[in-house]
Design a protein around this ligand. Structure first.
Ligand code: C2O
Ligand code: CU
Length: 461
């Protein structure tokens, strides 16, 4: 094995954090270039669309490692604007979190940044731009980050499915460059008019009848809440936001997947030979095929019944009896009735806020990265954060650096995830152990909302 002097210095500087993974220290530093490219995003009879993509494609190249391994990527910025790259859902070292303005400086055009971190938990994650994300993610800067379990899972194969929507001007076939549109900022966010899976509108896969697949679904859209279902497939939810469920849960009806959320399904193909199973998308009164699974041959096996749970990722359990209570009141937006909020240290009217492109407030103040943290936490303490969505829109709240439990109405711990969807008017408490030191963002993953006030951060000392 060959360790360059520079790598060696990095390793010894990082010290303990990398010790358990001495083996994976041999991972090469690979380069990925964020750049402008013309791709055939729309159906063939349309022209090409100019996107911003990692290596010029959207989704970007899949990054896949085994649990506990290191991810080392030099992200080269060949874009016209500064950028940074965030590794969504990874319990990462703070300096590698990729938040321009909080954990690193934006990477200027022509410059690069070396990301180097351990992926401690198996699961389905993703990476995306985190500078002007409401524009850069909409232009295509996102991709899958898959962390495999050390032992193979009992499925015949897997498919990573990145769901996205794009706002396209059909006349020109170009991405509508209305990123800061007031209506999107103040309403449901930038919803696209062209829906894709893995960058194509008609994704189809050939499968065998009775084949067992693992589907890793990632919602990389700016703001769309996908309502999904299965047809000709019998399925179970086995993980959410990367984290395994203790007991796989059968998919019995439609389910929601908000921006940034992921779900891992294990599905058995039950559709007949010559027909197709579908991941369906329910939009209003219509149902669309999001992905078709065409049954072209007969599998040997009969259906296998409920799958075994995925092996759990090790995590500290919250100590609710001794939790620190924090509240977060979300206000603002259209039809929200908010009159004003603190902005830049002074009370401002909604009108002044709007003029500055802000529409939302957290605890009475327009949020961002510049102000003080929402909370300063001590390492290892349990936090119970009660979030009240006092707005007329749903929001997908994401915490960086640590997963949290959704607390059920009866006070018990529910799903363990990194992005929680709150419907309009909904109140939900989440709990987490603040076991990762650093500055961590807490924001709405409807990216136009994050850009117009729905952003806070916590500090873990
Ligand atoms: Cu997926 Cu702040 O990010
Ligand atoms: Cu929101």
């Amino acid at each position: 094995m060959n360790i360059s002097k520079r790598d060696f210095l990095r390793m010894s500087a990082a010290g303990l954090a990398y010790m358990p993974n001495a083996l994976s220290a041999q991972t090469d530093l690979l380069s990925v270039t964020a750049r402008v490219a013309d791709v055939q995003l729309l159906p063939d009879d349309y022209g090409k669309t100019q996107i911003w993509g990692f290596d010029g494609i959207a989704p970007g190249p899949e990054i896949r490692v085994t649990q506990g391994a290191r991810v080392k990527r030099r992200i080269i910025n060949d874009l016209p604007d500064p950028t940074s790259t965030h590794w969504h859902g990874i319990r990462i070292e703070n300096a590698m979190d990729g938040v321009a303005g909080l954990t690193q400086d934006p990477v200027r055009p022509g410059q690069s940044f070396d990301y180097d971190f351990v992926a401690p938990d198996a699961g389905t994650y993703w990476y995306h731009a985190h500078n002007r994300s409401f524009e850069q993610v909409a232009r295509g800067l996102q991709g899958a980050l898959i962390v495999e379990e050390p032992e193979p899972i009992d499925v015949d194969r897997e498919e990573v499915l990145i769901l996205d929507d794009w706002r396209i001007d059909p006349e020109t076939a170009q991405i509508a460059d209305t990123f800061g549109a007031m209506h999107d900022l103040s309403h449901a966010g930038r919803i696209g008019n062209y829906i894709t899976t893995n960058g194509t509108y008609n994704l189809a896969r050939k499968v065998k009848r009775h084949e067992r697949l693992r589907l890793r679904l990632i919602n990389a859209s700016n703001a769309r809440i996908f309502q999904l279902g299965l047809d000709g497939l019998e399925g179970w939810v086995v993980a959410m936001d990367g984290m395994p469920l203790a007991t796989p849960r059968p998919v019995e009806g439609p389910f929601l997947l908000s921006s940034a959320q992921r779900v891992d399904l294990i599905v058995d193909v039950t559709a007949e030979m010559g027909s197709a199973g579908h991941l369906v998308q329910l939009g209003g009164d219509e149902t669309f095929s999001q992905v078709a699974f065409e049954v072209t041959s007969d599998g040997a096996r009969a259906p296998r019944g409920t799958p075994r749970p995925l092996p759990p990722n090790a995590h500290a359990m919250p100590d609710l009896a001794n939790a620190r209570d924090i509240t977060l009141l979300m206000e603002g937006g259209a039809m929200g009735g908010m009159r004003g909020a603190m902005m830049g240290g002074r009370m401002s009217s909604m009108r002044d806020m709007m003029q500055a492109g802000n529409f939302w407030a957290f605890n009475g103040a327009v949020g961002g990265m510049d102000g003080p943290p929402l909370a300063e936490l001590s390492l290892g303490e349990t936090v119970r954060l009660k979030i009240t969505n006092d707005t007329s829109f749903p929001h997908a709240m994401h915490l960086h650096g640590m997963h949290f439990y959704e607390i059920e109405r009866d006070g018990s711990l529910g799903a363990f995830r990194d992005t929680t969807l709150l419907d309009r008017g909904e109140v939900r408490a989440i709990a987490f152990v603040a076991d990762n030191p650093g500055k961590w963002l807490l924001h709405c993953h409807m990216l136009s909302h994050a850009a117009s006030g729905m952003m806070a951060w916590v500090k873990v000392a």
